[in-house]
Design a protein around this ligand. Structure first.
Ligand code: ADP
Length: 582
């Protein structure tokens, strides 16, 4: 029997690690690896740009709870995929990046796509390895395990052409089981459960670390038993259903401002949580962080003496048993304040959703999409995965679309990365809809509809990936919330926009298109039509409702280009950007 090539050994190692999907973009010399992987039954999802492929692999890691794998060429391929490295690192998602590189004996000679990727990536990954032919299984296994165990993050394996093309020897890989889960010291559990019991205004914050840890069952028991109000972070939404009686998301500001003891389950005290500091938080709050990463404890306003190092599943179960029989007083002044604030904020939101004019507002647009989708797939069923990006689109849609099951909402995340959306949508489709034992679905394993809510600017980052969706028969439904600009758009109508464009082209004065201007009412729907999908251009509530229904039922990718209010007429909304500055 012929000796296996390095490419065959790499593919076999991935198969033995139970990798089901590889995201990437081929070229010389890695095309051989992709072909060997396909021959072994691994799905290779070929993207149009490594950036989107690397983003997809990070989201797949988050959704499945196992490292996402991305395969790219060296040099420029690695540079484009660095976006995914940064994204995985910032979000603590497990990612294994495999990249080709030039032949070892040609290094420094100016070889094809030559670049010292190991030096470039070493500071940004948990481990960067360049294996020899005889250490392929060991190196890839180590990189896979390292990205996965502890706090998730990126790892890198550099694969020189001579390693990929060389003749190796059959070996077998060690199985990498799920990481052991750490428990907390019982004395610490006692300390924090006593503190929680003594609190006048306790609060639980549920982050995307809890979603990634698949800790929904343990957290649900804790919340049902204790009745403590909770706030989900943007991607922590759904770990507990948004409809849970203790969900106080509609009174987020009041909750943070008043809570005196806060239990943080899998979230960092970064910009998303205003650093745990004034003015958003009660300065006297005692903050208990539960995290798998010891370095996280005590960050910003977390109290290291209360911090718990451990797995959320295990620590939550320990807390549940320590708090057994205790329930927070549901008629406390804190709960009354939260209920009053919730009622006020919900009334304001519902009024905004009813403003019926053309061009449509954000709130009205989202309310039509939501109502139509809910008729087709009630949120309790968990049949829809939402992917959302774009400053205003992401911020406003977050509170409008309820999520009742974990890992059904993806957004720009910790790095506020715009351009992740289409890669994430493809990853979600692969995680939920390809037959795979790794898929972590909500209540049923039925096909899930992936729905993207994209600002027109965010969509532009990777719109070529609509073709990737079409090629693989992915029935993803994309809404482009089109106000002809970054943030708010800049022109009230096409005449004003044309005048600005004319000034820009003529180079006259200080007028002209602003830095945040995009093309006026660009026909984004055509990109779907171009590759076998369906496109809808809509500007009225009726048209939007019809396109939403037809788009939901379609078996191909659909782009609904929804023209909304733009420019000066619209109030600037920068809430999402709130950095918590004093
Ligand atoms: P969010 O964006 O929702 O605020 P972050 O990404 O900032 O959440 O924080 C998630 C945190 O969860 C990280 O600090 C990570 O170390 C932690 N984490 C991930 N998995 C686990 C786990 N199994 N047990 C405990 N903590 C975890």
């Amino acid at each position: 029997m012929a000796a296996p090539t390095g490419a065959a050994l790499i593919a076999k190692t991935l198969q033995e690690l139970r990798v089901k999907v590889v995201f990437g973009l081929v070229g010389i010399p890695i095309v051989q690896i992709a072909e060997e992987a396909i021959a072994l039954g691994i799905r290779f999802i070929a993207f149009r740009n490594e950036q989107a492929a690397s983003y997809a692999a990070t989201a797949y890691g988050y959704l499945t709870g196992r490292p996402g794998v991305c395969l790219v060429v060296g040099g420029p391929g690695v540079l484009h995929a660095m976006a995914g490295i940064g994204n995985a690192s910032a979000n603590a998602f497990p990612l294994l990046l495999l990249a080709g590189s030039s032949e070892t004996h040609l290094v420094t000679k100016g070889a094809f796509q030559e670049m010292d990727a190991i030096s470039l990536l070493t500071p940004h990954v948990k481990i960067a390895i360049r294996p020899r032919l005889d250490s392929i299984p060991q190196s890839i296994t180590t990189a896979y395990r390292t990205s996965w165990y502890g706090r998730g993050g990126p790892t890198f394996v550099d694969l020189p052409a001579d390693v990929i093309q060389g003749d190796g020897e059959e070996t077998s890989t060690h199985v990498v089981p799920i990481a052991p889960k750490a428990a907390s010291d019982p004395a610490k559990i006692q300390l924090i459960s006593d503190l929680i019991k003594s609190a006048k205004a306790p609060l639980v914050i549920v982050g995307k670390g809890a979603a990634y840890a698949q800790a929904e069952a343990a957290i649900r028991k804790l919340m049902d038993q204790t009745g403590i109000p909770f706030l989900p972070t943007p991607m922590g939404k759904g770990v507990l259903p948004d409809s849970h009686p203790s969900n106080t998301a509609s009174a987020r500001s009041a909750a943070l401002k008043r809570a005196d003891v806060v239990l943080v389950l899998g979230a960092r005290l970064n910009w998303i949580l205003h650093y745990g500091e004034e003015p958003k938080w009660n300065p006297a709050a005692r903050i208990i962080q539960v995290d798998i990463s010891a370095e996280e404890l005590g960050r910003n306003n977390g109290d290291p003496s209360l911090g718990v190092i451990g797995d959320i599943n295990v620590v939550t179960a320990q807390l549940l048993s320590s708090l057994s029989g205790w329930k927070y007083n549901s008629s406390s002044p804190f709960i009354k304040t939260l209920k009053a604030s919730e009622a006020k904020n919900e009334a304001t939101a519902s009024k905004a959703a009813k403003v019926d004019k053309i061009p449509m507002t954000y709130a009205r647009t989202f309310s039509i999409i939501k109502e139509t989708l809910h008729k087709l797939s009630p949120p309790e069923d968990g049949g829809i995965v939402y992917v959302s990006e774009g400053a205003n689109t992401m911020d406003m849609s977050r509170s409008i679309f309820p999520v009742h099951h974990p890992r059904l909402r993806l957004d720009a995340g910790t790095h506020a990365t715009m351009g992740v959306g289409l890669g994430y949508a493809i990853a979600a489709h692969c995680a939920y809809n390809l037959p795979s034992p790794e898929a972590k679905s909500g209540p049923s394993t039925a096909h899930k509809k992936i729905v993207c809510l994209e600002g027109d600017s965010a969509f532009g980052f990777s719109l070529a990936e609509v073709e990737t969706m079409a090629r693989y028969g992915m029935d993803i439904l994309i809404f482009v919330i089109n106000n002809s600009g970054v943030y708010h758009g800049d022109s009230e109508d096409s005449d004003a926009w044309l005048e600005m464009q004319k000034q820009t082209i003529a180079g006259s004065g200080k007028g002209g298109l602003r830095s945040s201007s995009l093309g006026w009412e660009v026909g984004y729907e055509k990109i779907a039509e171009m590759c076998g999908g369906k496109g809808y251009l809509v500007s009225t509530p009726e048209g939007l409702a019809r396109a939403t229904e037809e788009g939901f039922k379609a078996g191909v990718p659909v782009v609904v280009n929804a023209i909304i209010e733009s420019g000066k007429a619209q109030k600037l909304e920068f809430a999402w950007q709130n950095t918590g500055k004093k």
